[in-house]
Design a protein around this ligand. Structure first.
Ligand code: HEM
Ligand code: HEM
Ligand code: SF4
Ligand code: SF4
Length: 439
């Protein structure tokens, strides 16, 4: 028997997509029955009250969460998003409804044992509701009370060997594409680099020391399955710098119709017979491909590694063997001064496990040293880059200025020179000038 009437939410139980309303109702019922005899540490009817307050918000067209909330665990400055309902008498089950961010494994591969153990903790000490996963990557445990925070943290660390994720003005939880685990396009081990940097910078993640938030994301190729270019302050994008490997027999099999283009991704509609000239050669953004006499050839020095030909003929074309990654900097959402995607900072850097990814860590730390001193309060690095200039960022990262850092050169002539680049410097005497030019 549901605690609150939810006529509007009930409408969201129809239709083919999995209904979050049906799922929350199911959890509410499970807790009401309590067949396992659990001593619930937060109100058993917490999910009912969540549906109740959500129904009220649907009616009012307004949120019913109070502003902000500062809670956490000792030793850390982030990881928990505190939240309180603004109608606590009506919905006591969600008077406190804090969210705990839990660090997820890179690529989000799980065993059922791990997930069951996590659910056991959360069933006892939380609402039983989650988000799998937050946009940044974390496992999100959705709704508990302040006294449970240390309890949950103790059990997570002591019983599950798992830490919290990040929140606040710090390094947030890094995330990666599945990379080498199950993708033949992977140019480096994105999961390993993600894991390594997450461990290396635990201090920066748990104790805010930055002007604002900072995110890492790792895509093992330019397809961008974790959308690093749009969603992380430093984006690590796999690429190669030698030649695309071409298997001419497989090319012939595509042309002969034996292999479906794009691995069958467009099979839902009749696009006609595969036409390699129309679908690959003519779509190459660099015009770097030719198909003559049944042979496909690529002018690799003109190739921009866009992935189009490889995506279209994955069994005939493969990434090169001299692989590494590009680093882009500055992506952010619109607030304050407009949205940004990452700008190319390091065109190519090796991803070397043997020296613990030192070349990459040098860039990260150079950029942080600069931004931590120069960044204004709540200024994302993308904004610092706009305010102080891209050259200052490149200098901080220790990378030489390179034509690949710009899409086009500036057209305005407001060009700054350093005094030592200009013969005679800036110190001039007007009297010398007057000797040659009368007033
Ligand atoms: C009350 C809760 C939250 C508040 C007030 C909040 C606030 C913000 C703010 C102010 C931004 C910055 C926009 C900008 O940089 O211009 C942001 C971005 C973002 N937040 Fe949250 N956030 C909340 C919860 C979450 C949660 C739970 C997640 C996921 C675990 C999350 C993931 C993100 C992501 C992915 C971005 C975009 C980052 C970017 O593109 O720069 N947020 N949020
Ligand atoms: C060596 C020669 C010149 C120098 C050093 C010079 C320098 C300047 C400077 C510093 C400004 C102000 C720019 C700003 O801060 O917005 C300016 C504006 C202007 N100059 Fe010159 N100028 C020169 C020759 C000329 C000539 C020959 C003309 C006209 C035939 C001219 C027309 C203008 C106009 C119309 C503006 C105002 C533009 C605006 O505010 O939109 N200038 N100039
Ligand atoms: S980003 Fe590239 S390497 Fe990573 S999963 Fe996607 S296609 Fe594969
Ligand atoms: S990867 Fe892109 S730019 Fe390079 S040859 Fe293929 S289609 Fe052309």
């Amino acid at each position: 028997m549901a605690k609150h009437k939810t006529p509007m939410l009930d409408q969201l139980e129809s239709g083919p997509w999995p209904s979050f309303v049906s799922d929350v109702k199911q959890e509410a019922e499970t807790r009401a029955k309590n067949e396992k005899g659990i001593e619930y540490q937060v109100p058993a009817d917490c999910p009912d009250d969540l549906l109740g307050v959500l129904e009220l918000s649907y009616n009012d067209g307004e949120t019913h969460w109070k502003h902000g909330g500062i809670v956490g665990v000792f030793g850390y400055g982030g990881g928990v998003i505190g939240r309180y309902c603004d109608q606590p008498e009506q919905f006591p089950g969600v008077a406190h409804f804090h969210t705990i961010r839990v660090a997820q494994p890179a690529g989000k591969f799980y065993t059922t044992k791990f997930l069951r153990d996590l659910c056991d903790i959360w069933e006892l000490r939380g609402s039983g509701l989650t988000n799998m996963h937050g946009a940044t990557g974390d496992i999100v445990l959705l709704g508990t009370q302040t006294p449970q925070l240390e309890e949950i943290f103790f059990e997570l660390t002591h019983n599950m060997n798992n830490d919290l994720g990040g929140s606040g003005s710090n390094l947030r939880t890094p995330a990666a594409c599945m990379g080498m685990s199950r993708c033949e396009y992977a140019c480096y081990d994105s999961q390993e680099l993600c894991y390594n940097l997450t461990q290396e910078y635990q201090d920066e993640l748990h104790r805010p020391a930055f002007p604002y938030k900072f995110k890492f994301k790792f895509d093992a190729c330019p397809n961008g399955c974790v959308a690093a270019i749009a969603r992380s302050d430093l984006s690590f994008l796999g690429t190669w710098r030698d030649n695309i490997r071409v298997d001419q027999e497989a090319v012939a099999a595509y042309v002969g119709g034996e292999i479906a283009p794009n691995a069958g991704a467009h099979a839902g509609r009749d696009w006609g017979k595969f036409d390699i000239v129309k679908e690959v050669v003519n779509l190459c953004p660099s015009g770097a491909i030719t198909f003559e006499g049944g042979k496909l050839a690529i002018d690799n020095k003109e190739c921009v590694r866009c992935m189009h030909c490889i995506n279209t003929m994955p069994r005939a074309l493969r990434i090169g063997e001299d692989t590494g990654c590009s680093i882009l900097c500055g992506a952010k959402a619109p607030i304050l001064d407009g949205p940004q995607m990452g700008s190319l900072l390091v065109p190519f850097v090796e991803v070397n496990k043997d020296d613990d990814f030192q070349a990459i860590k040098d860039v990260v730390e150079g950029v942080w040293d600069w931004w931590m001193e120069e960044g204004k309060n709540r200024e994302r690095i993308g904004e610092t880059m706009k305010r102080l200039g891209f050259a200052a960022l490149a200098n901080a990262a220790g990378v030489p200025i390179d034509a690949r850092m710009v899409q086009e050169p500036r057209h305005n002539p407001y060009i700054f020179w350093k005094a030592d680049e200009v013969e005679g410097g800036w110190e001039r005497d007007i009297e010398d000038f007057r000797k040659r030019h009368q007033r």
